[in-house]
Structures are given as C-alpha cells and as structure tokens.
Design a protein around this ligand. Structure first.
Ligand code: NAP
Ligand code: MG
Length: 502
C-alpha cells in the first residue's frame, strides 16, 4: 500500500526526477516541455465555399481565442443566411456535375490523398487544435489527429467496395448533406462526419463550433492541395444561428448533428414532418462499473482516463462511477491518490494531463453544477494542484456519497467531475447504470467473462467497454440509445446513414 500524505509540503525536484524522499501521492515538478511545432495560423480565416476561401457577405468576423491564456488567435468569418445559401448551391453543383457521378474507386483516391496530407501535417494540426480548443497537446498529437487521418483512410477503403456496403442491394448517394459539430473534438468530428459522407458520394455543408473553427479551415487547405473538386465540402463558420441555417435549409437530403441533447431536440422539432434523413449524436452520462473482482489499479487508470481525458469534454465520458460496495473505500482512496498527481495546466506542455476548459461559458456551467453537488450533500475531493492565473481551468474533482436523485448523477457536466455511487449486486448495478435519460456508453470492470457478456447485453448503451475505456476505432460503429441520439458513425453501419438503398 502506498502512503498518502496529502496536505504535507514536500521538497520539489527540478530536472525531471523526483527527489528520493518524495512519497507517492505528491506532485513533483517537471521542467517545462512545450511543443514547438509552428501551427501556421492565419490572422484571418474566411469561409470555404466552392473550393475557395471567400469573405462573408456581411463582412463580419469574430475572434477565436486560446482558452489556455485567453489570447486572441485569429479572426473567423461570420456566415449569414446568404453565405449558407451559396454553400448549398456550390454543394448541389458539385454533386450534380462531379462528385455524385464519379465512380467510388476515383473518390477513394481523394480520400487517401486527404488522409496522407493530414499525416504529413500532423504536428502542425495537433498544435493548432490544442491552441484553439485547450486540450493537452499529447492528446491532439496521439489521438485526435491520427484518428482523424484513420477515418479518412478507412472510408477510402469503402469507397471502392460499394457492392459490399449492403450485399445484394444497390447503393447510391443521398445528395447534399448538412452537418453541425461541437467543440470537444473539432478535427476528429469533422473527419467522422465528412469521411463516410464523401466516400458514399455525397457533398457537404458543415458548420464547426464557434470556439473551434481553425482545424476545419486548415483541413480546407488540405482539400485544396488534394485537388478535391470545388463544392464537394463547404465550411460555414459562426454560432448557433448559422448551425440552425445549415440544419433548416431546404437543400440537404440529410442532416447530421453532434452536440447537446437540448439543441438536438430543437433541430428535431424544427425538421419534424420534413422528408430529411437525420442522425443525432447527443449527450451522455455514462456509468463506469467496477466489480470487486476487477484488477483495481487497472480500473482506476480506466476511471481516470474515462473522466479526465480531454477535461471531461467527452460525450461518452465515464462521468458516473458505480463501484461495488465491498471495494468502494479502496477504489476511492486509490482514485484520490491518482488524481493528486494529475498534471493540470498549459495544454501545450507535453507533460500536461488535464488542459484548459474550452470556454468561459463551459467553465461557468461546470462550476454551477459542482456547487449544486456540494449543496446536495455530495462529498467533494479536488486535487490541490496550482492552476495558471490566466485561462480557463478546473481541478479534477470527485464526489462520493452521491445518489441517483442528485443532479450531478443525472445531468451531463461535460467537465472533469466524477460522481461516485455504490451498488451491491449485478442487478442493482445494471438498474442504476440504465437509470438515466442517456445511453451512449458504459464501462465494465470485472474478471468474469460471463458477467461482461451479461452487462453488454443488458446495459442500454451504444458502446460498452470491458476492462478498458475510451477506446475508438474507425471500424467500430459509435452512437447512442435514448436521449443520446440515433444513427451510427464508423464501421459499415455508419455508411448506411449516407446512402439510398434499392
Ligand atoms: P451544442 O451547444 O449543442 O453545440 C453543438 C453545435 O451546434 C455547435 O456548432 C453549435 O454552435 C451548434 N448550435 C447551437 N445552437 C444550434 C441550433 N439552434 N441549431 C443548430 N445548431 C446549433 O453542444 P456543445 O456544447 O458544443 O457540445 C457539447 C455537447 O455535445 C455535449 O452534450 C456532448 O455530449 C455532445 N457530444 C456528443 C457526441 C456524440 O457523438 N454523441 C460527440 C461529441 C459531443 P455554437 O458552437 O456556436 O454554439
Ligand atoms: Mg478557440
């Protein structure tokens, strides 16, 4: 057993090695290890319509900032309804004249080229993603960018195998599609949305989130370099009104949305009765379930990864820990010990585990719900790390003594905050895990294969991870049950949402 000396001050070692007298549980200093690649940012980003960067018709721009220090990074064009019209007109033209008619094997070449060009510029994209969104550069570098390239590679592989998408049936593209994405995985969400749509022969108008448009617009540079025909992909930037204009436009045959359940419901209401196809990837409140026979140290790593990865800005974050009562004290002690040594701070530092919260609004939302958790009687523990004085940061936080009636057990916090509940039997675990409006993902930690199979069948969640958490692969479909949405992204199932079958 390791010794915990939480509040005792210990000598700090510099130069990468802890002083020998440091006891596990203390945070020691590392020398700064900033990522140095040039993100090659422009001072101003225009809209990307019909293969060209064009000024918005209104002439208006808004600032995008670095949430780690609140400094302005660039200006982003503010699209109006007239720009959205122009983007859809370009997409329709591209569909009618080039992309919709092109054999799949030709489209595949463009997708491969895009994936390869993204790999060539991987470090530059990782740094841009981190500066604009606040996530640790080790995540942008090791997860977001390679996974985005993997999605283009994977879907390139489908574009020339259309006969196998739905064997015995003919597949045809839907036409033009409209897509809106959130700020938590800006480039990766672009890839999730664009790659299957393009592989199946559709053309796209996409709106990135207001706070994180840069990597989409850098991807547009790659589309130009790849020689993608003009109009196949169009990016319109701005806030919620632009998103509504993209979703409600008469042109698209299908709309795809990733974001909050609240906005998803608004979109569904406004499109009710139309013949548009729709897919919705919405919020979550996943349960990470730990049984007493689980390898507990491994489970603790999975829990930490499940909720503190990307500052908890993850739809499938394991934001509820359900732990079997007999090991609850042990797991909570281990968890506290682990989060004490999480490095919170400058996302550009390669040692940082938990970076900046994406925006002041999101930080305020997290603080409000955490205050509610305290008022409701949850027992809060936060790591005692120092936070930078500028920028938006929140300490890794856990609440024990939580029950299902607490708001922090029911509502999506979308921040580095874990609510801990206990259970005694397998059935109680299943009941508590399913007792939520959401159903995006879940985690199960146990030594017993039969129990994993039982839970993966009975948990109402689109993804169930066993003895691991937050693992993704383009071949594996992702999507929700209940208020987490409908439709799948990734795998063969994801393609079916972008084709007409006959
Ligand atoms: P959000 O507020 O719903 O925004 C998502 C996107 O929709 C943004 O681009 C937003 O523009 C736009 N938007 C806002 N109002 C709109 C409207 N009335 N009509 C059309 N578009 C509109 O969500 P968020 O706060 O950015 O992202 C966090 C949420 O996304 C969480 O609930 C999370 O669980 C969910 N999410 C789900 C998945 C999944 O796969 N299921 C993946 C990632 C995230 P602005 O940026 O200007 O607000
Ligand atoms: Mg930003």
């Amino acid at each position: 057993m390791s010794t915990l000396v939480a509040e005792k001050k210990k000598p700090v070692a510099r130069g990468g090695r802890p002083a020998p007298e440091l006891i596990f549980g203390d945070l020691w200093e590392f020398d700064p290890a900033p990522e140095s690649a040039d993100p090659k940012l422009k001072a101003r980003y225009d809209l990307f319509i019909d293969g060209k960067f064009v000024a918005p018709k209104s002439g208006k721009y808004f600032d995008t900032i670095n949430p780690a220090n609140e400094q302005k990074l660039a200006e982003i064009a503010l699209a109006s309804a007239a720009d959205v019209d122009a983007a859809y007109a370009a997409a329709q033209r591209a569909f009618d004249t080039t992309w919709g008619k092109m054999p799949g094997r030709e489209r595949a070449k463009y997708l491969y080229r895009i994936a390869r060009l993204l790999q060539d510029r991987a470090r530059e994209f990782a740094v841009a993603e981190t500066l604009d969104g606040g996530k640790p550069v080790k995540e942008s570098r090791d997860f977001d960018v390679p996974m985005a390239a993997a999605h283009f590679f994977y879907h390139a592989g489908w574009a020339d195998k259309l006969d196998y998408v739905a064997p015995g049936r003919r597949v045809a593209p839907l036409g033009v599609v409209g897509q809106v994405i959130p700020w938590n995985f800006p480039l990766l969400m672009c890839a999730w949305k664009l790659a299957p749509a393009l592989a199946m022969g559709n053309c796209v108008v996409l709106k990135p989130a207001e706070t994180t448009s840069i990597t989409a617009l850098k991807l547009a540079e790659i589309f130009q370099d790849a020689g993608l025909p003009p109009g196949v992909v169009n990016f319109v930037t701005g806030a919620g009104e632009v998103g509504a204009a993209v979703m409600n436009h008469p042109t698209p045959a299908k709309v795809a949305f990733t974001g909050s359940t609240e906005v998803g419901k608004l979109i569904m209401r406004s499109l009710a009765g139309s013949d548009k196809k729709m897919t919705m990837e919405l919020g979550g409140k996943a349960a990470n379930i730990v049984f007493d026979d689980a390898p507990l140290d491994q489970a603790v790593e999975g829990i930490v990864n499940g909720i503190f990865f990307n500052q908890g800005h993850v739809c499938c974050a394991g934001s509820r820990l359900l732990v079997q009562e007999s090991v609850a004290d042990q797991v909570i002690a281990k968890l506290k010990n682990r989060i004490r040594v999480l490095r919170v701070g400058d996302p550009m530092d390669k040692n940082t585990d938990v970076g900046a919260i994406n925006s002041r609004e999101q930080l305020d939302r997290i603080r409000q719900l955490v205050d509610v958790g305290v008022r409701e009687g949850g027992e809060m523990f936060q790591s005692a790390c120092r936070l930078p004085t500028k920028g938006f940061y929140f300490r890794p936080t856990i609440f024990s003594g939580v029950s299902m009636s607490h708001r922090i057990a029911r509502e999506e916090i979308f921040g580095p905050v874990l609510s801990i509940l206990t259970f005694r039997t397998v059935d109680e675990a299943i009941e508590k895990a399913n007792n939520t409006a959401y159903g995006l993902s879940a985690g199960v930690w146990t030594d017993k294969g039969a129990r994993i199979l039982k839970l993966s069948t009975e948990l109402k969640a689109g993804v169930v991870w066993a003895n691991t958490y937050n693992k993704f692969d383009p071949t594996s479909p992702f999507g929700g049950y209940k208020e987490s949405g409908f439709g799948r992204e990734g795998g063969r199932q994801g393609l079916l949402d972008y084709v007409k079958l006959s």
